[in-house]
Design a protein around this ligand. Structure first.
Ligand code: KIV
Ligand code: ZN
Length: 504
């Protein structure tokens, strides 16, 4: 059996299908670069025919990210395959991913096609994609609810037509581990030619079993596993790659399969995805949740202090989680700051370091102890360099439990300053209303959230806002020790993204 399990990341495609998530090309590129550092074997960069934005993002990633295979999704129709190939053709390792549903329920109610129609479309599209020169992956959507004999027939036919990878999705997260493992065994035993291709699985988490099902498939001899960072995706999401990777690493004694992954990049990748998608991670989430390596009970703390392995089955360092050390104080120089950024794994340009240092100095003036997490929040806030069409210059608020909140905001727009005042239902609402006046239009807020980056009264607050324009969602982030300032920054960030995208 091939010892290596290939890791197929679909954060940028299935992950982006999470409600409220919308990434622009720059954000997708940033995630793809980080996925390359993590060491994934395949990046599914998008669904090129779905939109101009998806097409552009897949093309940009295909041009720039050279080590992993870059994959584009298409339905089993020629126009989709042509569009995917157009986006992928400059990739070092292009992969076309053709999918079509095979379960009777999907055939009858969604596709309105017969089994013969689906078989024919599968074979024709795989043969066509193969003729273009790409590696071809075929997925039988809703495979886990498909009649077995029919599934074997479709897989055998697409292998004959040239498919290189056969993917078995548990599209609606319906399978349970023993059953899913048996499905994989059945495919291996009954599909002619299956040992000449890579067998892959793609599990959803509707019943909370996506990781368990993926691992059951590993035990039954698959070669590729699919998932997303932080488990984001449609409905309850996809299998969380960090969980599968760490399970395979930590229980190598049991699974006896390895991955080509640099696990010390997991934490950074998870943070970046959470930041750019605006999908916060639940504190008790396995591997990457804030509490995943925290020991609360005295008896546990005592155990860990005497011998870490009493309560720690993997180390925080193994996923790249640094000790949350005090970094520097307000007297620290630029050189020391730059060194700390390097230790934290950030390779920034001189301009970026200068900007981060300015913000660090501001923070050090307000906050007694500046921690690594604070530095990471400051740097990640500016991770994506979209033009700052509007920038917060200054604001003032008046608010209380017996007075109407009012805010005055001054924004910098090119060389000009625009100042407006407005009232609101509270200080954040007043600031947002004043910002709307400054930019001369309404920008409806879809969602607002706040979290503390570290503990303590002087903690940095990180605000996430979602605004909507023409049905498209834009996520903005802002950090500050002052939550009104963090809110203003987040709102302006979302507005800048919206204006930048709509001007394209
Ligand atoms: O869940 C699913 O079936 C999919 C396919 C497109 C692979 O995402
Ligand atoms: Zn899926």
């Amino acid at each position: 059996m091939d010892d290596i399990i290939r890791v197929f990341d679909t954060t940028l495609r299935d992950g982006e299908q999470s409600p409220g998530v919308s990434l622009n090309t720059e954000e997708k590129l940033e995630i793809a670069r980080q996925l390359e550092k993590l060491g994934v074997d395949v990046i599914e960069a998008g669904f090129p025919i779905a939109s101009k934005g998806d097409f552009e993002a897949v093309s940009a990633i295909a041009r720039e990210v050279r080590r992993p295979a870059i994959c584009g999704l298409c339905r089993a129709v020629k126009a989709d395959i042509d569009r995917a190939w157009e986006a992928l053709k400059e990739a070092a390792h292009p992969r076309i991913h053709v999918f079509i549903a095979t379960s009777d329920i999907h055939l009858k109610y969604k596709l309105k096609m017969t089994r013969e129609d689906v078989l024919k479309a599968s074979v024709e599209s795989v043969a066509y994609a193969k003729s273009l020169g790409a590696e071809v992956q075929f997925s039988a959507e809703d495979a886990s609810r498909t009649d077995l004999e029919y599934l074997y027939q479709v897989f055998a036919a697409v292998i004959e037509a040239g498919a290189d990878v056969i993917n078995v999705p548990d599209t609606v997260g319906y399978a349970v581990p023993d059953e899913f493992g048996a499905l994989i065994r059945g495919i291996k035993e009954n599909v002619p030619g299956i040992d000449k291709v890579q067998l892959s699985v793609h599990c959803h988490n509707d019943l909370g079993m996506a990781t368990a099902n993926s691992l059951a498939a590993v035990q039954n001899g698959i070669q590729q596993v699919e998932g997303t960072i932080n488990g984001i995706g449609e409905r309850a999401g996809n299998a969380a790659l960090e969980e599968i990777i760490m399970a395979l690493n930590t229980r190598r004694d049991y699974f006896k399969r390895a991955v080509n992954i640099d696990t010390t990049q997991i934490y950074r990748t998870s943070m970046l995805v959470a930041h750019l998608t605006g999908m916060d991670i639940q504190p008790n989430k396995a591997i990457v949740g804030a509490n995943a390596f925290a020991h609360e009970a005295g008896i546990h703390q005592h155990g860990v202090l005497s011998e870490r392995s009493t309560y720690e089955i993997m180390t925080p360092e193994s996923i790249g989680l640094k000790q949350n050390k005090m970094v520097l104080g307000k007297l620290s120089g630029r050189h020391a700051f730059e060194e700390r950024l390097k230790e934290l794994g950030y390779n920034l340009s001189q301009d970026e370091i200068n900007a981060a240092f300015e913000r660090f100095k501001d923070l050090a003036d307000k906050k007694k102890v500046v921690l690594d997490k604070d530095i990471e929040a400051l740097v990640t806030e500016k991770a994506i360099k979209i033009p700052e069409i509007y920038a917060l210059d200054q604001f003032q608020i008046s608010s209380g439990n017996k007075v109407t909140a009012t805010a005055t905001v001054r924004l910098k727009h090119g060389d000009q300053f625009i100042e407006e005042a407005a009232c609101g239902d509270g200080p954040v609402d007043a600031v947002f209303n004043a910002i709307e006046r400054c930019i001369g239009r309404e920008v409806p807020l879809d969602d607002y959230g706040i979290r503390a980056v570290t503990e303590g009264k002087d903690a940095l607050g990180e605000v996430t806002v979602r605004v909507r324009n023409d049905g498209q969602v834009f996520v903005g982030k802002g950090v500050s020790t002052d939550i009104i300032e963090a809110s203003a920054r987040a709102y302006i960030d979302a507005i800048n993204k919206m204006l930048y995208e709509t001007a394209k």
